[in-house]
Design a protein around this ligand. Structure first.
Ligand code: DAH
Length: 360
């Protein structure tokens, strides 16, 4: 018995002297590890009589429990001391004012983020909620459920990045549009549904007017007795808000999308003066988004009865909206990360340290 007490005292002294987690770990292995001292003591129990085993076993168990407790409290002690040391060394005065006139290093909000935020704001006022989906999608959500089966010619319009699949599992891809979020939402939520889904989309395309990664915002409304009039009213209000133009000239041109019937493309009126575009006047039309009434087959694919539920959907390209609103003429600038460009086209946050300081 007293042997056990001796051992315990020795180990406790050793533990109390340690200064680092590394040292502590080494002692822990030596004493408590599989081949450590206490495991060996436990093993030695097989060589003693049953009577002795009872007594010794109990004291070894107590020994192990006490040692373990000491290790744990020492570990906490070292960690606490480390943190205190760090706090002492790393002084950071968050009350220091920002240096005026030296704003070059301050971040700016990217026009794409700003455009997405503005669009979310507008639709929030129309009682829409934001939904998101993953960049990597399956074939069903991106195509099949949207009424674009395997052999459908519309698949060719989407130059899809497929993700190689060696294990012959379900084929994955980088989503070619944000429309799969419609499917995810209808499969997971009960109507009525009113969502917009902003996000990254991908197509194997790269030139002055196309980037392999771009952004879209998808909208979906599912309810009872929804018709095209609701769609037209909503889109008009949205475009007027976004472009800040009352009585914006807007037209719905018949079009085709496999997931809507009828489908339309939306054009807004503009005027061109030199290189700049003025939205809301003039006789030119600019295509800004696609829309339509959700195809009954899409509803059925999402387990909704088309006799009971109807709805509309729309999709827009964020880059195009940003270019039109902020007069940006080259798509590629968005992704080059040129800080001079961002300083010019980016936005200051409305509060926070990167407010422009104007000194009198
Ligand atoms: N997904 C379409 C595309 O990427 C855009 C779109 C058009 C979405 C019409 C819609 C819609 O929801 O109704 O080209």
């Amino acid at each position: 018995m007293s042997d056990t007490k001796d051992i315990e005292d020795k180990i406790l002294v050793e533990i109390s002297k340690t200064q680092s987690l590394k040292e502590l770990q080494a002692i822990k292995i030596k004493e408590l590890g599989k081949k450590g001292r206490i495991s060996n003591l436990m093993k030695s129990l097989s060589e003693v009589s049953t009577e002795e085993k009872k007594v010794l076993g109990k004291s070894y168990n107590e020994l192990r429990a006490n040692i373990l407790k000491a290790f744990e409290s020492k570990e906490l002690e070292i960690k606490d001391a480390d943190i205190l040391k760090k706090i002492k060394v790393e002084k950071l005065d968050i009350t220091l004012p920002v240096r005026p006139g030296n704003n070059n290093d301050a971040g700016k909000v990217h026009p794409i983020s700003r455009t997405i935020d503005t669009i979310i704001d507008i639709f929030s006022n129309f009682n829409f909620v934001v939904e998101t989906g993953p960049d990597i999608e399956n074939d069903f959500n991106n195509f099949t459920a949207l009424n674009i089966p395997d052999d459908h010619p519309a698949r060719q319009d989407h130059d899809t990045f497929y993700i190689s699949n060696k294990d012959n599992k379900e084929r994955k891809l980088l989503r070619t549009h944000t429309s799969p979020v419609q499917i995810r939402t209808m499969l997971n939520q009960k109507p009525p549904i009113r969502i917009i889904a902003p996000g990254r989309t991908f197509r194997c395309d790269d030139d002055a007017t196309h980037s392999p990664m771009f952004h879209q915002i998808e909208g979906l409304v599912i309810d009872k007795n929804i018709n095209m009039g609701h769609l037209k009213g909503l889109i008009r209000s949205f475009c007027e808000e976004f472009f800040e133009v009352r009585n914006l000239p807007i037209r719905f041109r018949p079009s085709f999308f496999p997931f809507t019937e009828p489908s339309a493309e939306i054009d807004i009126g503009y005027n061109k003066k030199g290189n700049s575009i003025k939205i809301g006047q003039g006789s030119n039309w600019l295509e800004v988004m696609g829309c339509g009434m959700v195809h009954p087959k899409v509803l059925v694919n999402c387990n909704l009865d088309p006799e009971e539920w109807q709805g509309f959907a729309f999709g827009l390209g964020v880059e195009r909206f940003a270019m039109l609103k902020y007069g940006i003429s080259d798509l590629r600038n968005f992704y080059e990360g040129d800080i001079r460009w961002l300083n010019h086209y980016g936005f200051n946050t409305t509060n926070g340290p990167n407010f422009d300081f104007k000194e009198d």
